[in-house]
Ligand binder design. Structure first.
Ligand SMILES: Cc1cc2nc3c(=O)[nH]c(=O)nc-3n(C[C@H](O)[C@H](O)[C@H](O)COP(=O)(O)O)c2cc1C
Length: 172
């Protein structure tokens, strides 16, 4: 599958088959994540792969109404250190969320290429996730995703047209 097809076929998956993700496939998608760029190549991230069913249940409870994520065979938490990230993006902002998001996007696209589903989860409770996964206080939790084989069909994407979101040469 080429990158365009992976982009087209990636969609947020909220129903998963119980089938486990083979370790070699998991390693492949994690490696795609590892190869992501980051500001200054600082790689200020750490990712926690959770397979244990009891921990998945606890993680699901550390979300705002996203309990369904427990049904995926794997949940990955994307974390990082603000103080280890480039702190002056555009002269004013810390790169941690964008660095970690790029890496997680690599993961979601690689997962799609492997026939796996993911769903970016922003509705989590950071301190709850910290408690469940023993994440130190100075580490930020940026996102979660379930990972597993989809149990729902592909649906057409609803997106704004290019003409609405792109302009040329100057803002207008
Ligand atoms: C930053 C971010 C946070 C999101 N948080 C959630 C979430 O908490 N729960 C959920 O079910 N989907 C969540 N989504 C998934 C979006 O709803 C989804 O990507 C969007 O509707 C487009 O659909 P698609 O991913 O199938 O193309 C999130 C997506 C992003 C990018």
């Amino acid at each position: 599958m080429d990158v365009y097809e992976a982009i087209r076929t990636r969609q947020s998956i909220r129903r998963y088959k119980p089938d486990p993700v083979p370790d070699d496939v998991l390693s492949k998608v994690l490696d795609a994540m590892r190869l992501a760029p980051s500001a200054g190549n600082l790689q200020p991230w750490r990712f926690i792969v959770v397979k244990d069913a009891a921990v998945r249940e606890q993680l699901a409870k550390a979300t705002d109404r996203q309990e369904w994520i427990a049904h995926a065979p794997v949940i990955i938490a994307a974390c990082g250190w603000e103080e280890r990230a480039y702190s002056k993006m555009g002269g004013y902002w810390n790169a941690l969320p964008v660095d970690v998001s790029i890496a997680f996007d690599h993961l979601t696209l690689a997962a799609a290429a492997e026939g796996l589903g993911t769903c970016w989860i922003g509705s989590f409770i950071e301190d709850g996730v910290r408690r469940v996964l023993a994440i130190p206080q100075e580490v930020r939790v940026i996102a979660l995703t379930p990972l597993g084989y989809p149990d729902e069909p592909l649906v057409p994407k609803t997106r704004k047209e290019l003409t609405e979101i792109v302009c040329y040469e100057r803002w207008e």
